[in-house]
Design a protein around this ligand. Structure first.
Ligand code: PLP
Length: 357
């Protein structure tokens, strides 16, 4: 980790999210190289940073396009000049269908579905349009979130999509559970057979996730969506997908009170760090005081147990908090501060902040 406190910390108005651009660029280059070594197209997920400037860095480094979780994020990226977008989420409802159709006129757009109601909606959205919408079938290979749970049912849905006017079945999207790829490999083998039985070719297999980035290509996928890798966070360090040196986003906070010998209060609470525990039991890591525990948050207050610290941070001191989960932190700020070396580098707008619909 960078020596701390550095010159920039002293100038900050806290609480403040700070992004180290040198680390971001290194993370982008590393993931891009991993994709290229495996012959896999890199389609980074922008939900982690939601920022036009970082999307540009990813595209300049060689990404083939971007993944967005929500339609609003995709619109924001199109406004920022992106031309090739995948929305990895079922898009439903008349209001969204009108937006989808308009977006499909502006960019090369792919969407996904895991049921026929969503697919039928895409066909209605595209009725009479000149463009054809590319559709991926989302498969559940063990994460148990969205996704068709069996290869045969996924192939049946693919056939349904291929038969609908205005749509093209282009492949499958999976988001394997962290660490376990065996079920995904078996699922894909069965799926290809079942699709062949329906006279369909699976042109694109799009997999994703930072925890599995070291094994990009091992499913035979030809596209990869990683999101968190760009910043990394405490969870990625715990999973071994990153080291502390690879973490680019920290929340800088000031110790505002030391009301009891074993407790200090910082000016970052749930409105800064989110309440995402990610199974840690506390709310982020004070990297320069690893024995401290940020055990409780109020909206604007962080409660830090310093009983295990040989030396506690003093009132007025700025501390760095590594978020448990970087992605929702981005959604809390209109802009983040950037740094290079030990200096401030400017401000970066979080272009798609709040674009959750
Ligand atoms: C559909 C989908 N693809 C890819 C990702 C990226 O995963 P990670 O942030 O682990 O890189 C996510 C993360 O939530 C996701 O939901």
């Amino acid at each position: 980790m960078k020596p701390f406190p550095h010159a920039f910390a002293a100038t900050l108005d806290t609480p403040a999210p700070v992004v180290d651009l040198d680390i971001v660029e290194r993370n982008i280059a590393r993931l891009q190289a991993a994709c290229e070594r495996a012959g896999v197209g890199n389609r980074p997920h922008m939900k982690t940073h939601k920022a036009r400037d970082i999307a540009r860095l990813q595209l300049q480094a060689g990404a083939i396009g971007l993944t967005c979780q929500k339609l609003g994020e995709a619109e924001a990226m199109a406004d920022a000049g992106a031309t090739d977008l995948l929305i990895s989420y079922n898009v439903l409802g008349a209001a969204k269908h009108a937006r989808l159709r308009a977006l499909a006129r502006r960019v090369k757009l792919a969407v996904c579905c895991d049921n026929s109601t969503v697919a039928d909606g895409y066909a209605q959205a595209m009725a009479g349009a000149a463009d054809v919408l590319s559709v991926f079938v989302e498969c559940d290979t063990g994460r148990h979130r969205c996704g068709v749970p069996s290869p045969q049912a996924a192939a049946d849905l693919a056939r349904h999509v291929a038969d609908l006017p205005g749509l093209r079945f282009d492949g499958v999207l999976l988001y394997p559970p962290d660490g376990d790829l065996v079920a995904s490999i078996d699922f894909l083998a069965e799926l290809r057979k079942a699709c062949a039985g329906h006279g369909l070719i699976v042109r694109t297999v799009c997999s994703g996730g930072t925890p599995n980035w070291g094994r990009i290509g091992s499913l035979g996928e030809n596209e990869y969506r990683a999101g968190t890798y760009v910043y990394n966070d405490r969870q990625m360090v715990r999973l071994g997908a990153a080291s502390l040196e690879d973490c680019a986003l920290f929340v800088y906070a000031t110790v505002v009170s030391h009301p009891e010998p074993d407790r200090v209060m910082i000016d970052a609470g749930s409105k800064t760090l989110t309440s995402d525990l990610m199974g840690f039991g506390d709310h982020g890591l004070l990297v320069d005081y690893p024995e401290a525990r940020l055990h409780k948050l109020a909206e604007e207050h962080g409660f830090v147990d310093v009983s295990a610290c040989a030396h506690a941070p003093g009132i007025g001191e700025v501390v760095r908090v590594l978020p448990n989960h970087a992605c929702p932190v981005s959604n809390l700020f209109d802009e983040v501060l950037t740094m290079r070396g030990d200096r401030g580098a400017g401000r970066m707008s979080i272009t798609a902040r709040g674009r959750v619909a």
